[in-house]
Design a protein around this ligand. Structure first.
Ligand SMILES: [Ca+2]
Ligand SMILES: [Ca+2]
Length: 185
């Protein structure tokens, strides 16, 4: 096979590999412990569009997403044994309920996002989690949003500006093909 054609094919293969491989996301919130009680709900907004995570809503495609959070009770149960609800944006359902946060230890919880919560993250790149105590008090320790997405691919004729890296590869490939044709003729 002519070298130029080989080069063009390898460039095309690279573009396909680049678009098909998953990119990991991780957005962690790790503040000083925050008290949650019936008067003080907790809310945090994750954003995977900036910083280390460069997810582009409505272009990149979310493959999976997981929300983990850690709670801890300081041992104060004078205000009652804890009961709480965790909600995420995009879902009108109580997503998770829990009771009696263990005393003195960091207790991790982790769930895969499905359905409308997953769809909301996929279309906005943002996710709001809230924890509301219906009784008792405890501490929020940390939370993280993790998962994977595939890079969006620019369709032929699309108005979207393609990535410079892909454009350069296509350019090299086309130049190689043109050179091969000139040699053959
Ligand atoms: Ca407590
Ligand atoms: Ca407790």
């Amino acid at each position: 096979m002519k070298n130029a054609i080989k080069l063009a094919l390898s460039a095309a293969a690279l573009i396909i590999a680049n678009s098909a491989s998953a990119t990991a996301i991780l957005d962690t919130y790790n503040p000083a412990p925050i008290v949650i009680d019936s008067k003080t709900p907790f809310t945090h907004e994750f954003d995977i569009r900036s910083g280390k995570n460069l997810f582009e809503p409505n272009f990149d495609k979310l493959v999976d997403a997981y929300l983990s959070y850690t709670l801890k009770d300081t041992g104060n149960d004078k205000d009652g044994v804890e009961a709480y609800t965790v909600k995420i944006s995009g879902s009108d359902l109580a997503w998770q309920t829990g009771s009696d946060v263990p005393n003195g230890v960091n207790s991790p919880f982790s769930f895969e996002l499905k359905g409308s919560g997953f769809d909301a993250l996929n279309t906005t790149g943002m996710l709001t989690m809230s924890i509301t105590a219906t009784s008792g008090s405890f501490q929020f320790v940390s939370a993280s949003l993790s998962g994977n997405y595939t890079e969006g691919v620019v369709a032929p004729g699309s108005k979207d500006v393609p990535e410079p890296f892909s454009v350069a590869l296509v350019g090299i490939g086309l130049a190689g093909l043109a050179a091969a044709r000139r040699k053959q003729s």
